[in-house]
Every structure is written in structure tokens, then in C-alpha cells.
Ligand binder design. Structure first.
Ligand code: IMP
Ligand code: MG
Length: 182
């Protein structure tokens, strides 16, 4: 791909674009095998999972449906706010579908826990599983674990490939570790 270089970004590279792409190949193959013959709806949680979802979906050669949910829980700071706000009133139509929730990172677990609970209570899915690009190694605030994780990482602050610090850096092609504030 012929694209202009990014200006210097803060921190150190954790996973390069090439390493992410290789991991997505494996993850997508696993998901494809599991969801073959199932009525799959992939449900990315925006905004952070956008690049992950776009790259993962194009590696899954199944007749899947795509729906999106927009949820805010971090509000741009480096600490989780503890509240999960749904930005839309209605849930996507996933009745009798096998739902795969996608998120950028499993941190406290609050976001995915709130979304999964609400789907199960109100949207009658056939099943709900969870895939995250990153899984932080820490104690969760909610009983929430991922069924699939791209990478297990230490409890550090990560930017790039969808993840932001105060709204910036989502468009970096690689994942980097920073020490906020920066
Ligand atoms: P939760 O704490 O598991 O609910 O994660 C909430 C959200 O916080 C994630 O979807 C990310 O958007 C954000 N988040 C958590 N850890 C990081 C990080 O290291 N960098 C950037 N965003 C993060
Ligand atoms: Mg976020």
C-alpha cells in the first residue's frame, strides 16, 4: 500500500501493522470454522473497534450480517469512567442470531458486560460471544471474559489501530504503549 508516513507518534511500538495482520489471519480462521453454518451477526462496538472490525470481517468468508453499536465508557480520558452510555435508543435486530461482539480492548470489562447483558435481556439473540483485539491482564470490575482475544497485554495504556488517547491516535496503523499524560 502506498501511503504517506505518519508523523512521529508517542511511546513505543507494541505490535506493528504486520504483526496485527498476521494475528487477524489466525483469529479469522478460528472464527470462520466456529461460525460455519450458523446465522452470524458481527456487532462491533464503536468507535474503538472500527479498524479491527473492518480488517477482521474481510477475512471471514461467511454470509454474515453486520450491525454496529455505539457506546461510550471512557470519555477520552486514561481512566475508565465506570458508566456505560448507549448512544442509540434501539438495539440492532439480532433475534435468533449468533452474535459476535467485537471490541478494541477488554479492560475493566464494564462495556462488554453492559452490552452483553442488554442484548440478552432485550434482543433475544441465539448466542452472544465476544472477540477483542486486546485483553489487558488485570482484575475486572465486572465478571466478563473474552471468548477470543488477538493479544494478551500488560495493564498499560495503548493507542493506535482504533484506540485513542483524548480522541487522538485512532488512525495509527500500529499499536503503541504510552504513559499518559502526553
Ligand atoms: P472497559 O473498561 O473494559 O469497559 O473498556 C472501555 C473502553 O475503554 C474500551 O473499549 C476502550 O475504548 C477504552 N480503553 C481501555 N483501555 C484502554 C487503553 O489502554 N487505551 C485506549 N483506550 C482504552
Ligand atoms: Mg475508547
Amino acid at each position: 500500500m502506498n501511503r504517506p508516513p505518519f508523523p512521529a507518534a508517542p511511546g513505543r511500538v507494541l505490535f506493528s501493522a504486520g504483526v496485527i495482520a498476521a494475528r487477524l489471519d489466525t483469529l479469522a480462521a478460528e472464527l470462520t470454522a466456529f461460525y460455519r453454518e450458523k446465522p452470524l451477526t458481527v456487532l462491533p462496538i464503536l468507535n474503538g473497534s472500527l479498524p479491527f472490525a473492518a480488517d477482521l470481517l474481510r477475512r471471514i468468508p461467511l454470509p454474515l450480517h453486520l450491525e454496529c453499536l455505539s457506546v461510550a465508557s471512557y470519555h477520552g480520558a486514561a481512566q475508565s469512567s465506570g458508566t456505560v452510555t448507549f448512544r442509540q435508543h434501539t438495539l440492532p435486530p439480532v433475534a435468533d442470531r449468533d452474535v459476535l461482539l467485537l471490541d478494541d480492548i477488554l479492560d475493566t470489562g464494564r462495556t462488554l458486560h453492559a452490552v452483553r447483558q442488554r442484548l440478552l435481556a432485550e434482543a433475544a439473540p441465539r448466542s452472544v460471544r465476544v472477540a477483542v483485539l486486546l485483553r489487558k491482564n488485570k482484575l475486572r470490575a465486572e465478571p466478563m471474559e473474552a471468548d477470543y482475544a488477538g493479544f494478551d497485554i500488560a495493564d498499560e495504556f495503548v493507542i493506535g489501530y482504533g484506540l485513542d488517547y483524548e480522541g487522538r491516535y485512532r488512525n495509527l496503523p500500529e499499536l503503541r504503549v504510552i504513559t499518559p499524560p502526553c
